[in-house]
Design a protein around this ligand. Structure first.
Ligand SMILES: [Zn+2]
Length: 191
């Protein structure tokens, strides 16, 4: 369960972050730019270890490495997996950035192959997922996209996210309900 008021606060953060970056509430944001703005390091994993090692890990445990945060000399560094789709890299990176913004403590140690990962408890994971999705697609962006007649695929493309995430945000933000309400008064006619 998300704490009371969490979703509204996430929406405010998404708009404030854009304003700080000189962007409008409806503008897309990229993980690399947001990380730079927040002074968080940002690297693709193949800049740190050979891509063959990532491919070997992927063969051992498919999908196990999404993104992670490591301590760097000047602060945390978010590491993304270049083997994943760009949409997934974006949402995974925003998930890590969200943990940092929310000041979550990394608690659990998980070993995958030769690599060790720190993870958070499940409440923290839910919060990071929710904030990440909201940062990528805040409500004003969804409302504006809908007003321009954009569907799930167009929203996903414009905001660099998966269609699954775009659909989730449309539902979670209530914009999907508005869309259904606005659709032809067919139901109204029979009511
Ligand atoms: Zn997490």
């Amino acid at each position: 369960m998300l704490p009371r008021g969490f979703k509204a606060e996430a929406e405010r953060r998404a708009v404030t972050l854009r304003a700080e970056m000189g962007l409008r509430p409806t503008d897309p944001v990229e993980a690399a730019a947001v990380a730079a703005h927040l002074r968080i390091g940002f690297r693709r994993a193949d800049e740190l270890i050979p891509i063959q090692a990532l491919e070997a890990l992927e063969r051992t445990q498919p999908g196990c490495f999404s993104a992670c945060t490591l301590p760097g000399p000047t602060g945390p560094v978010v590491i993304t997996n270049p083997l994943n789709s760009l949409g997934r890299q974006q949402s995974d990176a925003f998930h890590e950035i969200s943990h940092l913004v929310l000041r979550h403590q990394m608690r659990t140690l998980e070993r995958v192959g030769d690599l060790v990962f720190f993870t958070c408890d499940s409440d923290d994971e839910e919060q990071a997922n929710s904030l990440a999705a909201t940062l990528l697609l805040p409500r004003p962006a969804l409302v504006a996209a809908h007003a321009r007649g954009m569907g799930v695929a167009a929203i996903a493309e414009t905001y660099g996210v998966s269609e699954q995430l775009a659909r989730w945000r449309l539902n979670a933000s209530g914009v999907a309900i508005q869309i259904r309400r606005r659709e032809p008064a067919a139901r109204g006619a029979t009511a």
